[in-house]
Design a protein around this ligand. Sequence first.
Ligand code: ADP
Length: 315
Amino acid sequence: MSLKEIFAQLNIFTQCGKYGVSLWQCPQFLFLIMGVVIIGSTLAAYAIGSRYIEEPQIVALIVLVVTAVLFMVAASITRSFERLAEANRMKSEFVSVVSHQLRSPLSNFRWAIELLMSGRIGQIEEKQLEYFKILKENSNRMKELVSDLLTVSRIETAELPTKKEECHLEDIIKDFIKEFQPFATASNVEIAFKPQLNLPKVLVDASQIKLVIENLLDNAIRYIKEPGKVEIRLERQNEQLYFEIKDTGVGIPKDDQKYIFQKFFRSENIMRHQTQGTGLGLYIARAIIEKLGGKIGFKSQEGKGSTFYFTLPIK
Ligand code: ADP
Protein backbone atom coordinates (compact mmCIF):
# COMPACT_ATOMS: atom_id res chain seq x y z
CA MET A 1 0.00 0.00 0.00
CA SER A 2 1.50 3.36 -1.01
CA LEU A 3 1.81 6.32 1.36
CA LYS A 4 -0.91 8.16 -0.58
CA GLU A 5 -3.28 5.21 -0.11
CA ILE A 6 -2.52 5.08 3.62
CA PHE A 7 -3.34 8.80 3.92
CA ALA A 8 -6.54 8.27 1.93
CA GLN A 9 -7.49 5.45 4.35
CA LEU A 10 -6.90 7.77 7.31
CA ASN A 11 -8.80 10.68 5.78
CA ILE A 12 -12.31 10.37 7.19
CA PHE A 13 -13.83 12.74 4.64
CA THR A 14 -12.51 10.64 1.70
CA GLN A 15 -13.79 7.46 3.33
CA CYS A 16 -17.22 8.96 4.06
CA GLY A 17 -17.51 10.41 0.53
CA LYS A 18 -17.08 6.87 -0.83
CA TYR A 19 -20.35 5.75 0.80
CA GLY A 20 -22.34 8.81 -0.27
CA VAL A 21 -23.90 9.24 3.21
CA SER A 22 -23.90 12.15 5.62
CA LEU A 23 -21.09 12.52 8.20
CA TRP A 24 -23.32 11.29 11.04
CA GLN A 25 -24.14 8.11 9.11
CA CYS A 26 -20.54 7.44 8.12
CA PRO A 27 -18.95 4.40 9.88
CA GLN A 28 -15.46 5.93 10.11
CA PHE A 29 -16.73 9.17 11.64
CA LEU A 30 -18.93 7.23 14.09
CA PHE A 31 -15.93 5.17 15.12
CA LEU A 32 -14.02 8.36 15.89
CA ILE A 33 -16.93 9.66 17.98
CA MET A 34 -17.13 6.30 19.79
CA GLY A 35 -13.39 6.61 20.53
CA VAL A 36 -13.95 9.99 22.18
CA VAL A 37 -16.88 8.56 24.18
CA ILE A 38 -14.72 5.60 25.30
CA ILE A 39 -11.89 7.87 26.47
CA GLY A 40 -14.44 10.02 28.36
CA SER A 41 -16.05 6.96 29.97
CA THR A 42 -12.65 5.51 30.90
CA LEU A 43 -11.63 8.74 32.64
CA ALA A 44 -15.03 8.94 34.37
CA ALA A 45 -14.74 5.30 35.53
CA TYR A 46 -11.24 6.05 36.87
CA ALA A 47 -12.39 9.24 38.67
CA ILE A 48 -15.42 7.54 40.27
CA GLY A 49 -13.47 4.34 41.07
CA SER A 50 -10.54 6.10 42.74
CA ARG A 51 -12.94 8.20 44.81
CA TYR A 52 -15.07 5.35 46.18
CA ILE A 53 -12.73 2.32 46.00
CA GLU A 54 -9.55 2.20 47.99
CA GLU A 55 -7.75 -0.69 46.26
CA PRO A 56 -5.92 0.74 43.18
CA GLN A 57 -5.80 -2.73 41.52
CA ILE A 58 -9.60 -3.00 41.64
CA VAL A 59 -9.98 0.51 40.18
CA ALA A 60 -7.60 -0.42 37.35
CA LEU A 61 -9.57 -3.64 36.73
CA ILE A 62 -12.91 -1.80 36.60
CA VAL A 63 -11.50 0.80 34.18
CA LEU A 64 -10.07 -1.97 32.00
CA VAL A 65 -13.37 -3.92 31.92
CA VAL A 66 -15.45 -0.77 31.17
CA THR A 67 -13.06 0.21 28.35
CA ALA A 68 -13.00 -3.30 26.85
CA VAL A 69 -16.81 -3.64 26.91
CA LEU A 70 -17.31 -0.18 25.37
CA PHE A 71 -14.70 -0.90 22.73
CA MET A 72 -16.38 -4.17 21.73
CA VAL A 73 -19.82 -2.54 21.54
CA ALA A 74 -18.40 0.36 19.48
CA ALA A 75 -16.57 -1.98 17.10
CA SER A 76 -19.66 -4.10 16.56
CA ILE A 77 -21.95 -1.07 15.94
CA THR A 78 -19.44 0.49 13.54
CA ARG A 79 -19.02 -2.83 11.67
CA SER A 80 -22.80 -3.09 11.17
CA PHE A 81 -22.93 0.50 9.91
CA GLU A 82 -20.04 -0.23 7.58
CA ARG A 83 -21.85 -3.24 6.13
CA LEU A 84 -25.05 -1.21 5.60
CA ALA A 85 -23.17 1.70 4.03
CA GLU A 86 -21.27 -0.69 1.74
CA ALA A 87 -24.51 -2.40 0.65
CA ASN A 88 -26.01 1.02 -0.03
CA ARG A 89 -22.98 2.07 -2.09
CA MET A 90 -23.08 -1.17 -4.12
CA LYS A 91 -26.79 -0.72 -4.78
CA SER A 92 -26.24 2.84 -6.04
CA GLU A 93 -23.38 1.65 -8.22
CA PHE A 94 -25.55 -1.15 -9.61
CA VAL A 95 -28.34 1.31 -10.50
CA SER A 96 -25.79 3.59 -12.15
CA VAL A 97 -24.13 0.83 -14.21
CA VAL A 98 -27.45 -0.70 -15.29
CA SER A 99 -28.95 2.60 -16.37
CA HIS A 100 -25.84 3.70 -18.28
CA GLN A 101 -25.35 0.32 -19.97
CA LEU A 102 -28.99 -0.07 -21.01
CA ARG A 103 -29.21 3.33 -22.64
CA SER A 104 -27.46 2.72 -25.94
CA PRO A 105 -28.77 -0.79 -26.78
CA LEU A 106 -32.25 0.48 -25.99
CA SER A 107 -31.96 3.49 -28.27
CA ASN A 108 -30.64 1.23 -31.07
CA PHE A 109 -33.61 -1.06 -30.53
CA ARG A 110 -36.07 1.88 -30.69
CA TRP A 111 -34.38 3.27 -33.78
CA ALA A 112 -34.63 -0.14 -35.55
CA ILE A 113 -38.33 -0.50 -34.70
CA GLU A 114 -39.08 2.97 -36.05
CA LEU A 115 -37.18 2.21 -39.25
CA LEU A 116 -39.08 -1.03 -39.75
CA MET A 117 -42.42 0.66 -39.03
CA SER A 118 -41.70 3.45 -41.50
CA GLY A 119 -41.73 0.89 -44.35
CA ARG A 120 -38.54 2.39 -45.82
CA ILE A 121 -36.74 -0.96 -45.93
CA GLY A 122 -39.68 -3.00 -47.12
CA GLN A 123 -43.45 -2.92 -47.05
CA ILE A 124 -45.00 -4.31 -43.85
CA GLU A 125 -48.47 -5.74 -43.45
CA GLU A 126 -51.23 -4.42 -41.19
CA LYS A 127 -50.90 -7.41 -38.79
CA GLN A 128 -47.12 -6.92 -38.53
CA LEU A 129 -47.62 -3.22 -37.83
CA GLU A 130 -49.80 -4.09 -34.83
CA TYR A 131 -46.99 -6.14 -33.30
CA PHE A 132 -44.47 -3.41 -34.03
CA LYS A 133 -46.73 -0.96 -32.20
CA ILE A 134 -46.69 -3.23 -29.13
CA LEU A 135 -42.89 -3.41 -29.34
CA LYS A 136 -42.66 0.37 -29.62
CA GLU A 137 -44.98 0.92 -26.64
CA ASN A 138 -42.94 -1.45 -24.48
CA SER A 139 -39.67 0.09 -25.57
CA ASN A 140 -41.09 3.49 -24.55
CA ARG A 141 -41.83 2.10 -21.09
CA MET A 142 -38.32 0.72 -20.86
CA LYS A 143 -36.90 4.08 -21.93
CA GLU A 144 -38.86 5.81 -19.14
CA LEU A 145 -37.62 3.30 -16.58
CA VAL A 146 -34.00 3.64 -17.70
CA SER A 147 -34.29 7.43 -17.67
CA ASP A 148 -35.76 7.33 -14.11
CA LEU A 149 -32.95 5.02 -12.98
CA LEU A 150 -30.39 7.36 -14.48
CA THR A 151 -31.93 10.34 -12.64
CA VAL A 152 -31.93 8.35 -9.38
CA SER A 153 -28.29 7.45 -9.86
CA ARG A 154 -27.43 11.11 -10.51
CA ILE A 155 -29.33 12.17 -7.39
CA GLU A 156 -27.50 9.59 -5.28
CA THR A 157 -24.10 10.58 -6.56
CA ALA A 158 -24.98 14.29 -6.27
CA GLU A 159 -24.38 14.65 -10.01
CA LEU A 160 -27.82 15.94 -11.00
CA PRO A 161 -26.96 19.19 -12.80
CA THR A 162 -29.23 22.18 -12.16
CA LYS A 163 -29.46 24.85 -14.88
CA LYS A 164 -31.53 27.59 -13.31
CA GLU A 165 -33.64 29.85 -15.50
CA GLU A 166 -36.70 32.06 -14.96
CA CYS A 167 -39.89 30.13 -15.71
CA HIS A 168 -43.63 30.67 -15.66
CA LEU A 169 -44.93 27.54 -13.94
CA GLU A 170 -48.38 28.39 -15.23
CA ASP A 171 -47.32 27.87 -18.87
CA ILE A 172 -45.61 24.57 -18.08
CA ILE A 173 -48.75 23.31 -16.34
CA LYS A 174 -51.00 24.38 -19.22
CA ASP A 175 -48.77 22.54 -21.72
CA PHE A 176 -48.90 19.36 -19.65
CA ILE A 177 -52.67 19.55 -19.28
CA LYS A 178 -52.92 19.71 -23.08
CA GLU A 179 -50.52 16.78 -23.42
CA PHE A 180 -52.38 14.66 -20.85
CA GLN A 181 -55.88 15.51 -22.13
CA PRO A 182 -56.25 12.37 -24.31
CA PHE A 183 -55.15 10.16 -21.37
CA ALA A 184 -57.55 11.99 -19.03
CA THR A 185 -60.46 11.70 -21.48
CA ALA A 186 -59.75 8.00 -21.98
CA SER A 187 -59.69 7.56 -18.17
CA ASN A 188 -62.91 9.60 -17.75
CA VAL A 189 -61.15 12.24 -15.69
CA GLU A 190 -61.83 15.97 -15.81
CA ILE A 191 -58.90 18.35 -15.24
CA ALA A 192 -59.43 21.86 -13.81
CA PHE A 193 -56.65 24.42 -13.41
CA LYS A 194 -57.06 27.53 -11.27
CA PRO A 195 -53.98 29.77 -11.32
CA GLN A 196 -53.93 33.06 -9.43
CA LEU A 197 -53.61 36.17 -11.60
CA ASN A 198 -50.20 37.84 -12.21
CA LEU A 199 -48.06 35.11 -10.73
CA PRO A 200 -44.32 35.81 -10.61
CA LYS A 201 -41.71 33.70 -12.37
CA VAL A 202 -39.56 31.25 -10.44
CA LEU A 203 -35.88 30.49 -10.84
CA VAL A 204 -35.76 26.74 -11.53
CA ASP A 205 -34.32 24.10 -13.81
CA ALA A 206 -37.16 23.86 -16.35
CA SER A 207 -36.51 20.25 -17.38
CA GLN A 208 -36.44 19.11 -13.75
CA ILE A 209 -39.56 20.96 -12.66
CA LYS A 210 -41.33 19.54 -15.74
CA LEU A 211 -40.40 16.06 -14.49
CA VAL A 212 -42.05 16.82 -11.13
CA ILE A 213 -45.27 18.27 -12.57
CA GLU A 214 -45.53 15.52 -15.19
CA ASN A 215 -45.20 12.84 -12.53
CA LEU A 216 -47.73 14.41 -10.14
CA LEU A 217 -50.26 14.90 -12.94
CA ASP A 218 -49.70 11.40 -14.30
CA ASN A 219 -50.23 9.89 -10.81
CA ALA A 220 -53.35 12.00 -10.16
CA ILE A 221 -55.02 10.77 -13.37
CA ARG A 222 -53.67 7.20 -13.23
CA TYR A 223 -54.79 6.52 -9.66
CA ILE A 224 -58.42 7.55 -10.16
CA LYS A 225 -60.99 4.85 -10.63
CA GLU A 226 -63.12 6.51 -13.24
CA PRO A 227 -64.97 8.86 -13.39
CA GLY A 228 -63.09 11.48 -11.43
CA LYS A 229 -61.66 14.95 -11.14
CA VAL A 230 -58.21 16.51 -10.86
CA GLU A 231 -57.93 20.10 -9.62
CA ILE A 232 -54.69 22.05 -9.89
CA ARG A 233 -54.05 25.27 -7.98
CA LEU A 234 -51.14 27.64 -8.33
CA GLU A 235 -50.81 30.67 -6.07
CA ARG A 236 -48.41 33.00 -4.35
CA GLN A 237 -47.99 32.52 -0.60
CA ASN A 238 -45.68 35.25 0.74
CA GLU A 239 -42.25 34.60 -0.83
CA GLN A 240 -43.24 31.18 -2.11
CA LEU A 241 -45.09 29.80 -5.10
CA TYR A 242 -47.57 27.12 -4.00
CA PHE A 243 -48.59 24.29 -6.35
CA GLU A 244 -51.34 21.86 -5.41
CA ILE A 245 -52.87 18.92 -7.26
CA LYS A 246 -55.96 17.28 -5.80
CA ASP A 247 -57.58 14.11 -7.11
CA THR A 248 -60.66 12.06 -6.34
CA GLY A 249 -58.69 8.83 -6.67
CA VAL A 250 -58.09 5.69 -4.65
CA GLY A 251 -55.97 7.49 -2.03
CA ILE A 252 -53.05 6.10 -0.04
CA PRO A 253 -53.58 3.67 2.88
CA LYS A 254 -52.57 5.24 6.22
CA ASP A 255 -49.92 2.59 6.95
CA ASP A 256 -48.24 3.21 3.59
CA GLN A 257 -48.11 7.00 3.84
CA LYS A 258 -44.76 7.17 5.63
CA TYR A 259 -43.04 5.28 2.79
CA ILE A 260 -44.50 7.24 -0.11
CA PHE A 261 -41.35 9.21 -1.04
CA GLN A 262 -39.09 6.17 -0.72
CA LYS A 263 -37.38 4.75 -3.77
CA PHE A 264 -39.29 1.90 -5.52
CA PHE A 265 -42.20 2.11 -3.08
CA ARG A 266 -45.68 1.44 -4.47
CA SER A 267 -48.64 1.16 -2.12
CA GLU A 268 -50.46 -2.09 -1.77
CA ASN A 269 -53.87 -0.79 -3.02
CA ILE A 270 -52.19 0.47 -6.24
CA MET A 271 -50.29 -2.72 -6.97
CA ARG A 272 -53.55 -4.67 -7.05
CA HIS A 273 -54.90 -2.55 -9.94
CA GLN A 274 -51.95 -0.87 -11.68
CA THR A 275 -49.04 -3.06 -12.58
CA GLN A 276 -47.39 -0.28 -14.58
CA GLY A 277 -45.14 2.02 -12.54
CA THR A 278 -41.70 2.09 -10.96
CA GLY A 279 -42.14 3.82 -7.62
CA LEU A 280 -39.38 6.26 -8.55
CA GLY A 281 -41.38 9.34 -9.58
CA LEU A 282 -42.05 10.74 -6.10
CA TYR A 283 -38.51 10.01 -4.89
CA ILE A 284 -37.18 12.00 -7.86
CA ALA A 285 -39.78 14.76 -7.32
CA ARG A 286 -38.77 15.22 -3.69
CA ALA A 287 -35.06 15.34 -4.50
CA ILE A 288 -35.65 17.98 -7.20
CA ILE A 289 -37.96 20.20 -5.11
CA GLU A 290 -35.64 20.09 -2.10
CA LYS A 291 -32.64 20.88 -4.30
CA LEU A 292 -34.49 23.95 -5.57
CA GLY A 293 -35.07 25.09 -1.99
CA GLY A 294 -38.76 24.10 -1.78
CA LYS A 295 -40.89 21.65 0.16
CA ILE A 296 -43.10 18.79 -1.05
CA GLY A 297 -45.84 16.90 0.77
CA PHE A 298 -49.28 15.34 0.55
CA LYS A 299 -52.53 14.58 2.37
CA SER A 300 -54.51 11.51 1.49
CA GLN A 301 -57.45 9.40 2.56
CA GLU A 302 -57.94 5.92 1.23
CA GLY A 303 -60.97 5.70 -1.03
CA LYS A 304 -61.46 9.49 -1.11
CA GLY A 305 -58.42 10.92 -2.87
CA SER A 306 -55.05 12.61 -2.47
CA THR A 307 -53.64 16.13 -2.55
CA PHE A 308 -49.97 16.55 -3.41
CA TYR A 309 -48.34 19.97 -3.07
CA PHE A 310 -44.98 21.69 -3.34
CA THR A 311 -43.59 25.14 -2.74
CA LEU A 312 -40.77 26.96 -4.51
CA PRO A 313 -39.00 30.12 -3.41
CA ILE A 314 -39.85 33.08 -5.64
CA LYS A 315 -36.44 34.74 -5.49
P1 ADP B 1 -45.32 5.07 -9.59
O1 ADP B 1 -46.47 5.98 -9.85
O2 ADP B 1 -44.49 4.77 -10.79
O3 ADP B 1 -45.71 3.83 -8.86
P2 ADP B 1 -44.43 7.17 -7.81
O4 ADP B 1 -43.15 7.35 -7.10
O5 ADP B 1 -44.88 8.27 -8.69
O6 ADP B 1 -44.31 5.82 -8.60
O7 ADP B 1 -45.54 6.91 -6.71
C1 ADP B 1 -45.26 5.99 -5.66
C2 ADP B 1 -46.54 5.42 -5.10
O8 ADP B 1 -47.26 6.47 -4.41
C3 ADP B 1 -47.52 4.93 -6.15
O9 ADP B 1 -47.21 3.63 -6.58
C4 ADP B 1 -48.82 4.97 -5.38
O10 ADP B 1 -48.90 3.86 -4.51
C5 ADP B 1 -48.66 6.23 -4.52
N1 ADP B 1 -49.28 7.42 -5.14
C6 ADP B 1 -48.64 8.45 -5.73
N2 ADP B 1 -49.51 9.37 -6.17
C7 ADP B 1 -50.74 8.92 -5.85
C8 ADP B 1 -52.05 9.43 -6.01
N3 ADP B 1 -52.28 10.59 -6.60
N4 ADP B 1 -53.09 8.69 -5.53
C9 ADP B 1 -52.87 7.51 -4.90
N5 ADP B 1 -51.65 6.97 -4.71
C10 ADP B 1 -50.59 7.67 -5.17
